[in-house]
Ligand binder design. Structure first.
Ligand SMILES: [Zn+2]
Ligand SMILES: [Zn+2]
Length: 346
């Protein structure tokens, strides 16, 4: 066992505090990673505050992890000491079901092992990236390409793949009109990636407050959803709408912005149940759907794509002592655009 410093919520809804946790002994297919950076995802806050149900406490959140391999087990073949690597939302899965075999480990029929707030195959709780080190099976570790620095790469492990995967699945590219609802951690990556894929990109944000950033980061158009005229001007416009907002919206209004056969893809999941009339998808074969991160192979593809296009996240680097304040600011949508913890300050 290795004892490492971490930041944890001792019980549900409590502020995070400095503590220590144990990392498992290195198995033959494991690597030990010295964590350098970890992004703060909105889902960290949902889980610490038990908005999606009961959590496992103490909870060490964090699934946007980048760092360097410091030890490799005897049967590790893909990584060596010194490699720059990342860990995202999952650290294992059954590896046998049809989804795992197809590279869709995030939809493992036996449930993936999430990076934190889950029970690992050793029967112990998993702890995430707000910590100094992590031990992960090499099959669930990503390579960070040269050309991407580890701080701006960290948010790609969740925010990047969460937007990349549906953009690819629903064929974003030249000639396609993509709208991104919400311009925060997920939304700004969705804009960068959709633009790099060659799509025409529109941001649909509550206000025009971040319009300059939106246009600078790759959007062609930027509209305020607080203005009812947006919905009449843009009716029937989009092939794909990626909704990154995790509070319930007027889904019928957003569905009305799709072209025939277009898809409204939800990647932000509200804590409450939502209601929608099927009449809003019936007339035009529209889809109301969702997408959950991406598989390991696709996550590597996304990292390579981002390196090729020089796409990192826009970040605010913070010290560990600022985590609780950062949570308040994320809850108030007051971040441009992702907080990343410098884990040297743990
Ligand atoms: Zn996340
Ligand atoms: Zn599986």
């Amino acid at each position: 066992m290795t004892t490492v410093t971490a930041y944890a919520a001792p019980v549900g809804k409590a502020p995070l505090e400095r503590t220590t946790i144990e990392r498992r002994p290195l198995g033959e297919s494991d690597v030990m990673i010295d964590i350098e950076f970890c992004g703060i995802c909105h889902s960290d806050i949902h889980q610490v505050r038990e908005g999606w149900g009961d959590g496992i406490f103490p909870m060490v959140p964090g699934h946007e992890i980048t760092g360097v391999v410091t030890e490799a087990g005897s049967k590790v073949t893909r990584f060596t000491v010194g490699d720059r690597v990342g860990v995202g939302c999952m650290v294992d899965s059954c590896r046998r079901c049809e989804n795992c075999k197809a590279g869709l480990e995030q939809y493992c029929l036996d449930q993936p092992t999430w990076t934190y707030n889950a029970i690992g195959k050793d029967g112990q709780p998993t702890y995430g990236g707000y910590s100094q080190k992590i031990v992960v099976d090499e099959n669930y570790v990503l390579r960070i390409p040269e050309g991407l620095s580890l701080d701006v790469a960290a948010p790609l492990l969740c925010a990047g793949i969460t937007t990349y995967s549906p953009l690819k699945f629903w064929n974003a590219g030249p000639g396609k009109r993509v709208a991104v609802v919400g311009f925060g951690g997920l939304g700004h990556m969705g804009v960068k990636i959709a633009h790099a894929l060659g799509a025409e990109v529109t941001v649909l944000s509550q206000s025009l407050r971040k319009k300059d950033d939106g246009l600078r980061l790759g959007a062609d158009h930027y509209y305020a959803t607080a203005d009812a005229k947006t919905f009449t001007d843009l009716a029937g416009s989009f092939d794909i709408i990626i909704n990154t907002v995790s509070v319930p919206l007027d889904y019928a209004a957003f569905l009305s912005l799709l072209r025939t056969s277009g898809a409204l893809v939800n990647v932000g999941i509200p804590e409450e149940e939502v209601q929608v009339s099927l009449a809003s998808i019936f007339g035009n074969r529209r889809s109301l759907t969702s997408s959950n991160i991406g598989g390991i192979r696709e996550t590597q593809e996304m990292l390579d794509f981002c390196a090729d296009h020089q796409l990192g996240a826009e970040i605010e680097l913070i010290e560990a002592g600022q985590i609780n304040e950062a949570y308040e600011r994320v809850a108030n949508s007051d971040v441009r655009y992702r907080f990343v913890i410098d884990t040297a300050t743990l």
